[in-house]
Design a binder for this molecule. Structure first.
Ligand SMILES: *Cc1c(COP(=O)(O)O)cnc(C)c1O
Length: 409
């Protein structure tokens, strides 16, 4: 039975109750104008979100998965191409690659940030690929052309984009960011000598507005950001049955539009995104301070000096994950696991022929990561309780271990 002192993993109710009047009025306006698909609401949101991301365009679509699929297609990824990404992400990343007609191939992640390792990417390009006489980069695994990389900005923190862009230049690869967890995250680029927003560094980027994301709709929604006019125009066609004018179909597209009600809701909530992200960052600092000096076995999130994470998730890691999660559940603290099985070991990708041991860092992370409560409005009191419970568990685990060691000795 949940009690008042329970701390949820995520509180989606409070922000919606707070904004109820404004959100309901979005629906009323849509009803009174019978404006449900497309229209000025969608365009307003698109220009606001592009401004937020420091890009020339944002094109609103029906989900983050569609955003990534459309971005890949619009950037020229062809059927049969290989697109490189990480095994430590949500499956939508690779679903979008497959749905674009391409084939995902994996490189391992960085142990500290959980994002794609630029070093491993370089190794992959140097040792698992070959260049044809034409200059085409070919995967030795399957003989297909390698044309793009999808870095995932996992947990709200951007991947090391300078290093990735440099490799992309060197190997002629297209970079498409999976920014579905990173609305507002920033990266200090030495290349451009300034802080850059998630979604503004690749040729295009995908965002999700699934309700639990840092900016969430009251339903399904997503967007592509890009500063490339041609790519933006192509995505506008792809989301709308390939038409640029009614019943004039330049290409075959999809039904992938954003509806006007979700656009209106997102426009209301976008006003609060920077403040909500600030609250998440403050909460992360508080967790760090509360954990500091407690001598825990757990590893805390690592934010390099070039990163300003928006803490979509606050993820710790411990070899005792299962027991810690149980202990926290019994103490009324909600947690999550993002994600328990790396993609290369999922049944869905069995035919790709990967095996245990292929990506050891991702495999280890999948065993050990645990997401603690993190949302705007999480109070210092609640965080203190979460940390006390983690510390208490750690103490119990320690004494259990010393008893075990003593028994063995
Ligand atoms: C949420 C998410 C997606 C997919 O977004 P949807 O809107 O659910 O389709 C893709 N990639 C990552 C990393 C995500 O977290």
């Amino acid at each position: 039975m949940p009690t008042m002192s329970d701390i949820p993993f995520l509180d989606l109710v409070a922000p919606h109750v707070e904004l109820e009047e404004e959100l309901v009025s979005v629906f009323r306006t849509a009803l009174s104008r019978a404006e449900f698909i497309g229209g000025s609401r969608v365009e307003e949101f698109e220009s606001s979100f592009a401004a937020f991301c420091n890009t020339k365009h944002s094109v609103a679509v029906s989900s983050g998965t569609d955003a990534l699929r459309f971005a890949l297609v619009a950037c020229g990824i062809q059927a049969g191409d290989v697109v490189v990404t990480v095994p430590h992400t949500f499956i939508a990343t690779t679903e979008a690659i497959s749905q674009a007609g391409a084939m995902p191939e994996f490189v391992d992640i960085d142990e500290r940030t959980y994002n794609i390792s630029a070093e491993k990417l370089q190794q992959f390009l140097e040792t698992q690929c070959t260049r044809e006489k034409s200059g085409k980069l070919i995967s030795l695994r399957n003989g297909r052309p390698v044309t793009a990389v999808v870095p995932v900005h996992l947990y709200g923190q951007m991947a090391d984009m300078d290093a990735i862009l440099e490799l992309a230049d060197q190997y002629g690869l297209i970079i498409i960011e999976d920014a579905c967890q990173a609305h507002g995250a920033e990266y200090f680029s030495k290349r451009f000598e300034r802080w850059m927003k998630a979604g503004s560094m690749g040729k295009a980027a995908a965002f999700s507005f699934y309700p639990g994301k840092n900016l969430g709709a009251c339903g399904e929604a997503g967007a592509v950001t890009t500063s490339d006019d041609v790519v933006a125009q192509q995505i506008r066609m792809l989301r709308d049955h390939g038409q640029s004018r009614k019943y004039h179909h330049g290409i075959e597209g999809y039904n992938g539009r954003l509806d006007a009600i979700q656009a209106g809701i997102l426009q209301v909530k976008l006003r609060f995104l920077a403040e909500w992200n600030r609250q998440r960052r403050d909460a992360a600092v508080r967790y760090h301070e509360l954990f500091d000096g407690r001598g825990l076995e757990c590893t805390l999130p690592c934010e390099p000096s070039w990163s300003r994470s928006v803490y979509h998730l606050y993820v710790i890691r411990t070899a005792e994950r299962k027991k810690l999660q149980e202990h926290l559940a019994n103490s009324g603290v909600g947690t999550g696991i993002h994600y328990p099985i790396p993609l290369h070991l999922q049944d869905a990708y069995r035919s790709a022929g990967y095996k245990q041991g292929d990506f050891p860092v991702a495999e280890c992370a999948a065993e050990e990561v645990l997401s603690l409560p993190m949302f705007p409005g999480l109070t210092a009191m609640q965080q203190k309780r979460v940390v006390e419970e983690v510390v208490r568990f750690d103490g119990v685990a320690d004494s259990a271990l010393s008893t075990e060691l003593a028994a063995r000795a």
